[in-house]
Design a protein around this ligand. Structure first.
Ligand code: GLY
Length: 580
C-alpha cells in the first residue's frame, strides 16, 4: 500500500515536473519565435534594421526585453562595432536623429574632431600639393573618435536600461565570434595585404589562409576593450587604459593625438534641420553634416521642377534631379562646415526664395556644365558608413548613421585594443578646390582646423506624415548618401512604393563635381543613358548605390522594417504581446 502511494506521488511529481518543463520549453520557443529576422519584417510592434543580422537580432532582443528604441540603438551600435568592423565602430563617429514618442525631436552630433595638432597644411607638401594618401591611409587620417561619447550621451538622456546590459551582447559577440557573411569574407580577403602591412599579422582580421563564408571572427582584444568600457564607463576610453593604447598607437605619427584631445572630446546636441514637404515633415541632421540641408533643398527643388508631371526614373526625372543636385552640391562645397567654426548660412540655404532662384537657370532640355554652375551667393571609399533605423512599440524612432569613412577606416588597428581607427580627416577640404576620396570639393568653410569637425554627408532622417510618425531611414555611401535617401524618400512619399520596393528601386547619383551622373550598373536602359548623353550629361556607372535601412509605421499602427537587398542588411522585429 505504502509502495503504491509512493509510486502514485512519484508519478504526480513527475507529471508536475514534465508540465512545468514543457511549459518553460514552450515559453522559450515563444520567445524565440517572437523575434523575426529577414530582409523585411512586417506587422511587428518594435522593429530595427541595420547592416548586419547579428546586430539586428541584438536590437530586437533589447526591445523585447523592455528596452526602448534608444537602448536598442545603443546596443546595436556596440554590436556593429564587433560584427561589422568595416564601418561599425568605436574608433569613428556619427550622428543620431530621433523622434521621441511625445513628438519632440533631437539630434546628436558625435562626429570625430580634428586633434589640436591639425592645421591647414598638414596634408600638403612644401609645394602646397596634397601628400598622396596622408589623409586616408596613415595615422594622420584619424580624427578623435566620437562614438563612445555619443553612445553614453544618448544613454544618459534617453535610455531605460543600464549600459552594461547594452554592451554585454557585443562583448559576447567579440569573445565567442560570429559567422562571417560571404561579403565580409570577401572584403577581408581583398584587403588582407593592406591590413597586414599596416598592422602586422597579430590582429583578428588576418589569418594564414583565406577567410570563408561562415568562418567565425573572434576579437579578444576588442572584447577586453568593451569589457573595460562596460565596467568603468566612457572615461575609460577617453582617459583610461584604452586612451593609453590609442596614444601609444599614435606615437607612430609624431603624437598626432594628445591626451587632451581624447579627454576633451564631447558629443553635442544640435538643432535638427526640418522642412515641410507636401504634408510631411522631414527631419534631418544639421551641420557638421550637410545631409539635412541638402535633402530639404532637393525636396523643395523637386516641387519647382514639376515632380508631379514626371515618371519614376525616366529621362526628364533624372535630368531635372541631376540639375538640382548640381546646384545643391555646389552650395555644399562653399557654405557648409562645422557650425562651431564657420557661420553656416542655414536659413539662407533653406529659404524658399533662394531655392527658387537657384533653379531658375535650369534648362529642361540641356545639361548645364558644372564648370558654369557656381555655388549660390546670398546677400563627405569605398562607401563605408553604416546606418540603423528603429521604431519601438511606444513610438520612439531613431535613425543613426556612423562611419569610419573608408572601408575599415584607415585600416589601422589600435594595437592591443582591437578596433580600427577612422580616416575621417579626408572629409575635410584638405586642399581648397581639390577633390577628396568622394570627389567632393571644399573651401574655407570646411578647411582643416584644430578641434573642428569635418563636413559629412550622413543623412539620418525621420519623416512625419500628417502629424504622425511615419518613417526612419538612412544609408551609407559617402557623398551618395544624400541622393540615396532622397530617392528612397520620394519612392515612398511620392510614388507610393512599399518600403521594400522603395529601397530596391534602381538609383542614380550626381554631385556637381565630378561632372558625371552615376547609374547603378545594368539597371538603366542603354537608350536612356544615350538620351541623357545627348542632353550633355556624362553617364558613368557604380556597382550599387545606397544600402538603406528603413523602419515605417503602417496606417494600422503596426511597424515594418526593411534592410537593403544590395548587402547583408537585415531587419528584425518582435511582437510585444508575445513577451513571456
Ligand atoms: N565619411 C563620409 C561622410 O561623413 O559623409
Amino acid at each position: 500500500m505504502m509502495i503504491r502511494s509512493f509510486l502514485y506521488y512519484l508519478m504526480v511529481l513527475l507529471g508536475l515536473f514534465l508540465f512545468a518543463f514543457c511549459k518553460n520549453e514552450g515559453r522559450s520557443d515563444l520567445r524565440e519565435s517572437s523575434i523575426e529576422l529577414g530582409k523585411c519584417v512586417w506587422d511587428k510592434e518594435g522593429v530595427v534594421s541595420c547592416a548586419h543580422p547579428e546586430a539586428a537580432r541584438i536590437g530586437a532582443e533589447i526591445l523585447q526585453q523592455g528596452g526602448n528604441a534608444f537602448d536598442a540603438a545603443i546596443a546595436m551600435q556596440w554590436a556593429l562595432a564587433v560584427c561589422y568592423p568595416e564601418a561599425g565602430n568605436i574608433g569613428g563617429g556619427g550622428f543620431m536623429v530621433a523622434r521621441k514618442s511625445d513628438g519632440s525631436y533631437l539630434s546628436l552630433d558625435f562626429r570625430e574632431s580634428a586633434p589640436a595638432a591639425a592645421h591647414r597644411a598638414v596634408y600638403l607638401d612644401s609645394d602646397g600639393e596634397r601628400i598622396e594618401a596622408k589623409s586616408t591611409d596613415t595615422h594622420y587620417a584619424a580624427g578623435v573618435p566620437g562614438t563612445v561619447r555619443g553612445l553614453y550621451e544618448c544613454h544618459r538622456r534617453l535610455s531605460r536600461m543600464d549600459m552594461p546590459s547594452l554592451i554585454d551582447p557585443a562583448i559576447a559577440l567579440a569573445r565567442e565570434g560570429f559567422p562571417l557573411t560571404a561579403r565580409q569574407a570577401r572584403y577581408l580577403n581583398e584587403h588582407a595585404e593592406t591590413l597586414r602591412e599596416r598592422n602586422g599579422a597579430g590582429t583578428a582580421f588576418t589569418r594564414s589562409g583565406e577567410w570563408q563564408v561562415g568562418d567565425s571572427l573572434r576579437q579578444e582584444d576588442l572584447a577586453a576593450t568593451l569589457e573595460r568600457i562596460s565596467q568603468a564607463g566612457e572615461e575609460e576610453f577617453y582617459s583610461g587604459y584604452t586612451a593609453e593604447l590609442i596614444l601609444a598607437e599614435m606615437r607612430q605619427a609624431e603624437a598626432w593625438f594628445q591626451a587632451e584631445d581624447l579627454a576633451n572630446y564631447r558629443a553635442h546636441w544640435r538643432e535638427p534641420i526640418s522642412c515641410d514637404w507636401r504634408g510631411s515633415k522631414v527631419v534631418g541632421m544639421g551641420p557638421p553634416s550637410s545631409g539635412g540641408i541638402a535633402l530639404c533643398q532637393l525636396l523643395a527643388m523637386a516641387d519647382l521642377l514639376g515632380l508631379d508631371s514626371l515618371q519614376h526614373n525616366d529621362l526628364n526625372y533624372i535630368h531635372r534631379f541631376v540639375e538640382a543636385q548640381r546646384r545643391v552640391y555646389a552650395d555644399r562645397s562653399e557654405h557648409l562646415g562645422d557650425p562651431d567654426f564657420y557661420a553656416v548660412p542655414v536659413e539662407q540655404l533653406l529659404d524658399a526664395g533662394y531655392i527658387a532662384a537657384r533653379v531658375l537657370d535650369i534648362d529642361l532640355l540641356q545639361a548645364s556644365p558644372s564648370a558654369e554652375v557656381l555655388p549660390g551667393q546670398f546677400a563627405g571609399e569605398s562607401m563605408e558608413t553604416t546606418h540603423l533605423s528603429l521604431i519601438d512599440a511606444e513610438g520612439n524612432a531613431v535613425a543613426v548613421t556612423t562611419t569610419l569613412n573608408g572601408l575599415y577606416g584607415s585600416k589601422i588597428v589600435v594595437e592591443g585594443a582591437g578596433f580600427f581607427l577612422n580616416n575621417e580627416m579626408d572629409d575635410f577640404s584638405t586642399k581648397a578646390g581639390s577633390p577628396n576620396m568622394f570627389g567632393l570639393i571644399g573651401g574655407e568653410a570646411n578647411a582643416v582646423e584644430a578641434g573642428k569637425r569635418m563636413l559629412s554627408s550622413m543623412t539620418p532622417t525621420i519623416v512625419e506624415r500628417d502629424g504622425a510618425l511615419f518613417m526612419a531611414l538612412g544609408s551609407p555611401g559617402g557623398s551618395t548618401i544624400i541622393t540615396s535617401v532622397l530617392q528612397t524618400l520620394l519612392n515612398t512619399l511620392h510614388f507610393d512604393m512599399p518600403p521594400d520596393s522603395a529601397i530596391a528601386a534602381a538609383k542614380f547619383h550626381s554631385q556637381w563635381l565630378p561632372d558625371k551622373v552615376f547609374f547603378e550598373e545594368g539597371r538603366f536602359r542603354g537608350g536612356l543613358l544615350d538620351s541623357l548623353a545627348a542632353m550633355g550629361h556624362t553617364p558613368d556607372s557604380l556597382a550599387s548605390l545606397g544600402r538603406m535601412d528603413l523602419a515605417v509605421i503602417q496606417p494600422d499602427g503596426t511597424r515594418c522594417a526593411c534592410g537593403d537587398l544590395r548587402a547583408d542588411n537585415t531587419a528584425a522585429g518582435h511582437r510585444a504581446n508575445e513577451n513571456p
